[in-house]
Design a protein around this ligand. Structure first.
Ligand SMILES: *Cc1c(COP(=O)(O)O)cnc(C)c1O
Ligand SMILES: [Zn+2]
Length: 407
């Protein structure tokens, strides 16, 4: 059963009962789930986790839902790969890649969504919805189908074709909005105030956010029950970056690993880097920007968890880096050519961001580093389409030889 104590405002600390509510009525701060960690520490051991399913549900004691009724597509416990070839190129001996592009809907978004949809059923919602930068709507549509819920997804109409086609196949109502993600999000926030729907990343956001902690738990377990020295995560709303850290901290708190001393770095693309800009200018708040980036999954100009992401950067001595737009495709290509893994724009940002961090001297060659690859490249073919280079030939030996000789 769940070890949840209450929901708690991150700003003023006011406690709330567990409800589909995301902002504090006193100060408008975001609400977060709080747990009874003594009770978790008494229940959970490395052994009990290892005996659990080979999915993120092996960490159900750290999640705010009843795992018995989980809406589960088999998400999580994705491979942590020792990236020796990429490490050689970058000069890192202990570089690991957490490949979350192999989740059921091909991005890490299955983690927050499986938790949220499970909770939405507990709360007896009939309708599921979300504003999305692309991957979220695929995850919501798939889990909505599995749960038998009415599902609507809202997205900026200029998203990548692969993401639109993928989400639509699960049968939700697809609402293409002529506007930016931030505009879609504002529209959905208005709807959430007026309709009895479970918006996974609005009124259900406290539950949504918790699912991403499992990336932290998995990385630590897969490293042999130790926190990495460095994490490099992509950031859009900043939620993922903060929750990987929350996951590592919690594992330390309940004694599953030593207290983590991980430096939590984040990467954004130059065309949408509001968190990086705030970090570099020393601001505690994030000034919104108008996104214009090929890494569309990271195109949030007004990041909800931006201030908390900045706190995590300061607290863990992490660095925020922005990579040039051309470096997004270069990062995708580098990971593919060295490790045989095809990631999307966000992964390209992470790999190029990692490269930058090494050049800046932030990561030393023998330090354990985990790069979080959060989505699959087949969804964003547009970014690398112009890299396709074919040897064209008629179907005979002579022509083939001539064509190859021409190289
Ligand atoms: C949504 C998304 C992110 C960013 O997540 P936030 O929690 O909003 O920062 C990163 N990578 C991929 C592939 C995504 O879809
Ligand atoms: Zn408050």
């Amino acid at each position: 059963m769940s070890h949840v104590k209450s929901m708690r405002c991150r700003e003023c600390g006011k406690e709330y009962p567990v409800e589909p509510l995301n902002v504090c009525e006193l100060c408008f701060g975001p609400l977060e789930i709080s747990y009874d960690y003594d009770s978790i520490a008494r229940t959970v051991t490395r052994r009990s986790i290892q005996d659990g399913p080979h999915t993120m549900w092996r960490y159900h004691d750290f999640l705010p839902v009843d795992a018995e009724s989980a809406v589960d597509l088999g998400t999580g416990f994705t491979p942590l790969i020792h990236a020796k070839n990429l490490g050689r190129v970058l000069g890192l001996d202990k570089l690991y890649v957490k490949n979350d592009g192999v989740n059921p809907t091909f991005s890490f978004k299955d983690r927050p969504v499986t938790v949220t949809v499970t909770k939405a059923l507990e709360f007896e919602f009939n309708t599921l919805a979300c504003p999305s930068t692309g991957n979220l709507m695929g995850a919501v549509a798939a889990h909505g189908a599995k749960a038998g819920m009415k599902t609507l997804v809202f997205f900026p109409s200029d998203l990548e074709r692969g993401k639109i086609v993928q989400a639509s196949i699960y049968g939700p109502t697809m609402v293409a909005v002529d506007g930016s993600y931030d505009q879609v999000n504002r529209l959905c926030s208005e709807l959430a105030d007026n309709l009895p729907w479970a918006f996974v990343n609005i009124n259900m956001r406290p539950f949504y956010a918790e699912g991403s902690k499992t990336l932290g738990y998995e990385a630590a377990e897969q490293l042999g029950w130790r926190a990495p020295d460095h994490c490099v995560a992509p950031a859009a709303s900043g939620e993922l970056h903060t929750k990987i850290w929350k996951g590592l901290e919690e594992m330390g708190d309940v004694g599953l690993i030593e207290t983590p001393a991980t430096r939590m770095h984040l990467a954004q693309a130059a065309g949408c880097s509001p968190i990086v800009e705030a970090f570099q200018s020393g601001n505690l708040q994030v000034r919104p920007v108008r996104p214009n980036t090929v890494a569309k999954s990271l195109a949030i100009g007004n990041p909800a968890a931006g201030p908390y992401s900045l706190q995590v950067l300061r607290q863990t001595d992490g660095t925020a880096v922005a990579v040039e737009e051309e470096e997004v495709a270069e990062g995708i290509k580098l990971l593919a050519e060295t490790e045989g893994l095809f990631t999307e724009g966000a992964g390209g940002v992470v790999i190029s961001g990692l490269k930058r961090l090494v050049e800046m001297g932030k990561i030393k060659h023998d330090e354990v580093t985990v790069a979080f690859i959060t989505g699959n490249g087949l969804k964003t073919l547009e970014i690398v389409e112009d890299q396709v280079d074919l040897v064209r030939t008629a179907p005979d030996y002579g022509s083939l030889q001539a064509a190859l000789d021409g190289r």
